[in-house]
Ligand binder design. Structure first.
Ligand SMILES: Nc1nc2c(c(=O)[nH]1)N[C@H]1C(S)=C(S)[C@@H](COP(=O)(O)O)O[C@H]1N2
Ligand SMILES: [Mo]
Length: 325
């Protein structure tokens, strides 16, 4: 297991007085004109409503895999070309309808094989955890991709705080169930057995590339991207990166996952990006990098583990990646 022991944690991860998510406090600071470290790229005027976050820019982080030099996908595309079937199956549906979702207050229930189970207010769960920017490729199983500057923190930091027991072999995550605010949960066209659930093996969950995101482009997550808390696992197909999380369960057995349950021959539990293992209905060898146009389709080769092989391949040594797709 790769749960970090106390001795392995960098002091920057546990400094309680360092920067952290201050959801309500921030408004006051902003109103008073307080300058924020690391406020990037976008000014307040560009999209009002979402609050700016205080975080360490990816450029200042020690691990090169935490950023990429590839051009960022513009905010407009990141927020208007989405998969969030709770709001509908069309790419524009989440932007159109996710504004209805109430994200404050937000609680996360932690259950199963942990020493500190409970129902936590989001701000209590995250208090004191420093935020970092992570510029990651996101590769959807549908063969399109983006480059997104997330703001979040390693899932390992939270797991460490919750103290998994020795029986915890997997982590499962559940999206909010809110029929009144999520029209896709009422319609049944998506065929998903709500709520959306996903899961990771615990060593995948504790890997330093695996983050929980609370923001993108320097501000709180737009609802369509999974506000207020979503998983990001950059070497796996996008469907693993479950949005709007309300429950985290540590467990001994491999969890049920939504897409695998819906179409087990098409979507596996592992879902590692792999150009050599095609989806039964299309090739995974290439991907369309957004933004693209009719005249510039912008197809690029897909890379094993979405280009993060150096960091994650050892998690799967000896495993047949065709069998465990
Ligand atoms: N709850 C939930 N999480 C979800 C999905 C979803 O439909 N519901 N879609 C997944 C898929 S298929 C992808 S590609 C990513 C898309 O994330 P983005 O819209 O922030 O780019 O979210 C994933 N997380
Ligand atoms: Mo996806």
């Amino acid at each position: 297991m790769l749960i970090k022991r106390a001795a392995d944690i960098k002091s920057s991860e546990i400094t309680p007085e360092s920067v952290w998510l201050r959801r309500r406090d921030f408004i006051r600071g902003a109103a008073a004109g307080v300058a924020l470290a690391g406020l990037p790229r976008l000014s307040f005027a560009e999209d009002s409503g979402r609050r700016a976050l205080d975080f360490t820019p990816a450029a200042d982080l020690a691990n090169d895999a935490f950023r990429t030099d590839e051009p960022l996908t513009p905010l407009q595309h990141v927020t208007h070309y989405n998969n969030f079937y709770e709001f509908g199956t069309q790419k524009g549906d989440p932007a159109r309808y996710a504004g209805r979702l109430t994200t404050e207050p937000w609680t996360v229930k932690v259950t199963g094989e942990v020493e500190r189970p409970g129902t936590y207010a989001l701000e209590d769960l995250l208090r004191g955890i420093p935020l970092e920017e992570r510029i990651y490729r996101l590769r959807c199983v549908e063969a399109w991709s983006m480059v997104i500057p997330w703001v979040g923190f390693p899932l390992a930091t939270l797991l460490q705080r919750l103290r998994p027991t020795s029986r915890a072999k997997y982590v499962s995550f559940q999206t909010v169930m809110r029929r009144s605010e999520m029209r896709g949960q009422r319609s049944g066209t998506a065929l998903i057995d709500w709520p959306y659930v996903e899961g990771l093996r615990i060593d995948e969950a504790a890997h330093p590339l695996t983050i929980l995101a609370v923001g993108l482009y320097g501000k709180e997550l737009p609802n369509q991207n999974g506000a207020p808390l979503r998983l990001v696992v950059p070497w796996k197909y996008g469907f693993k990166s479950v949005k709007s999380i309300v429950r985290i369960t540590l467990q001994e057995r491999q969890p049920r996952t939504s897409w695998n349950q819906l179409a087990p021959h098409e979507y596996g539990f592992y879902a590692n990006v792999n150009p050599e293992v095609d989806h039964p209905r299309w090739s995974q060898a290439r991907e369309r990098r957004l933004p693209n146009t009719l005249f510039n389709p912008n197809f690029i080769d897909t890379v094993l583990f979405n280009g993060y092989g150096e960091q994650v391949a050892s998690l799967y040594s000896g495993m047949d990646l065709r069998r465990y797709y």
